[in-house]
Design a protein around this ligand. Structure first.
Ligand code: XAN
Ligand code: ZN
Length: 445
């Protein structure tokens, strides 16, 4: 029997290629009962009467956009979102992050905080999110359960730390590996491909060589390997510390590589200060960068030259980095990506190379591509999400610029692209009326 098709009518805007948007003023997206996109039509060319569907949802002048992919967020850090923005990385970790993360030993506290965090990300239009949990096994399992209950597409990792953490957060190497294996087994036993376990060494200073080797082994036991997420070259003091800990390695990225942690399903937050050799290593291993500009400004870490990384063939996605970044909103990541690229264009990029000052800033279409398709590529989800290409799954936002409490005004002279730009730069979660993941509605306001 043919699958039931639901057709969504509205103003369809999505990114086909870097900087290339498709805009359908009168668009129609069809999805089957499994949530797969079966067609996208331009109703100015194809009459509605000729299209097959079982149910029509008419969103009128509302925008239909692909959901955002947040490539890097710390779910426990939602508990102090907006606090501590006056400190640089290492001081911020010791003063705020570690004490707050220690509280996730308490499972009922963890469940309550993780529920708030995941719902807030979804309400802001993040249909796919890659989360760090904490070192705690039970709380990490609870985060995976909550992502599944809410219906978000989630990548989730139990964090590993067996050195240079506070006593409450320091695991033994054996415990860290055993609990990671238990976490992976727990998530895979769900047999739900919306929830994926991720190997999550916090960063080089907090993981010993033995632990890094063991984690790589857990990842590479699978084919394709389990995803690996971590932090790389964020802050100059952090980089100097890594050099002290691993004097035999030429650079920071080389430490992960030497331990087997860079492969086609690895993605690293920040990468601000990566030199040419490190970037070449990321490119050749298929490791993606997750650009988190709000975090990079907030912790005074630096400014990544995104266009150069893309030109060199490195996959780039965007992240909020909650709560070194002070919002769950990927709209903010889009805006700050544009701002960071303008700083680079004005010669203020980090790890400067002569070409920096000639770099063109990123356009809104390019930044939106990174927040959707780029993130999907970074997480190896490009065959499933990122845009509305038939065969992919329907992860979609319905955006109403005329919502009662909308922060945006629209006028008769605003065409679809003007309205889209207004949402990107002025809109917020009040404009996001509905969120769908794999064709299932997971949020409505
Ligand atoms: O932005 C960051 N957030 C963190 O929690 C963290 N841990 C190590 N390095 C980090 N960077
Ligand atoms: Zn982070």
């Amino acid at each position: 029997m043919a699958s039931v098709i639901t057709a969504y009518k509205g103003v369809v805007i999505h990114s086909l290629r870097f900087g290339v948007l498709e805009v359908l003023e009168s668009g129609l997206i069809g999805a089957n009962a499994q949530g797969k996109i079966v067609y996208v039509h331009d109703l100015n060319k194809v009459p509605l009467a000729s299209v097959q569907y079982d149910r029509l949802v008419d969103h009128g002048r509302k925008l239909l956009l692909p959901g955002f992919v947040d490539g890097h967020a710390h779910a426990p850090q939602y508990s102090f979102l907006g606090v501590g923005m006056h400190l640089p990385l290492l001081e911020w970790l010791n003063t705020y992050t570690f004490p707050h993360e220690a509280k996730f030993a308490d499972l009922s506290y963890a469940k309550s905080m993780y529920t708030k965090a995941v719902k807030r990300h979804v309400a802001n239009g993040t249909t796919t999110c890659s989360y760090f949990a904490t070192v705690h096994l039970e709380a990490s399992k609870a985060l995976a359960d909550i992502i599944q209950d809410v219906g978000q597409r989630g990548y989730v990792g139990k964090v590993n730390m067996d050195r240079n953490a506070t006593p409450e957060l320091t695991e033994t190497t054996e415990e860290s590996l055993a609990n990671t294996q238990a976490f992976v087994d727990y998530v895979l036993a769900k047999k739900d491909d919306l929830v994926t376990p991720v190997i999550t060494p916090r960063f080089v200073p907090s993981t010993t060589s033995t632990l890094m080797h063991g984690l790589a082994k857990i990842s590479r036991k699978h084919s394709p390997p389990l995803p690996v997420q971590s932090h790389l070259s964020e802050n100059k003091n952090e980089i100097a510390w890594v050099k002290e800990l691993h004097p035999d390695c030429a650079n920071y990225a080389q430490v992960y590589h030497k331990h087997g942690l860079l492969h086609e399903r690895s993605y690293m937050a920040h990468c601000i200060w990566c030199g040419g050799d490190e970037r070449a290593l990321l490119q050749s291993t298929g490791t993606a960068m997750i650009h988190c500009p709000n975090s990079n400004f907030s912790l005074t870490s630096g400014v990544l030259n995104v266009r150069r990384s893309l030109r060199e063939g490195i996959k780039v996605g965007l992240g909020t980095d909650v709560s070194a970044g002070y919002t769950t909103s990927m709209l903010d990541a889009v805006r700050n990506t544009v701002v960071a690229s303008k700083l680079v264009a004005m010669g203020h990029g980090s790890g400067k190379e002569p070409a920096d000052a000639d770099e063109a800033p990123l356009s809104y279409a390019e930044a939106f591509h990174l927040a959707t398709v780029g993130g999907a590529e970074a997480l190896s989800l490009e065959d499933k999400v990122g845009n509305f290409v038939p065969g992919k799954e329907l992860d979609m936002l319905v955006v109403d610029l005329t919502a009662d409490d909308s922060p945006v005004d629209e006028y008769e002279h605003d065409d679809a692209l003007h309205r889209f730009q207004k949402f990107l730069f002025v809109g917020d979660d009040r404009n996001i009326t509905d969120v769908y993941v794999r064709g299932r509605q997971v949020h409505h306001r």
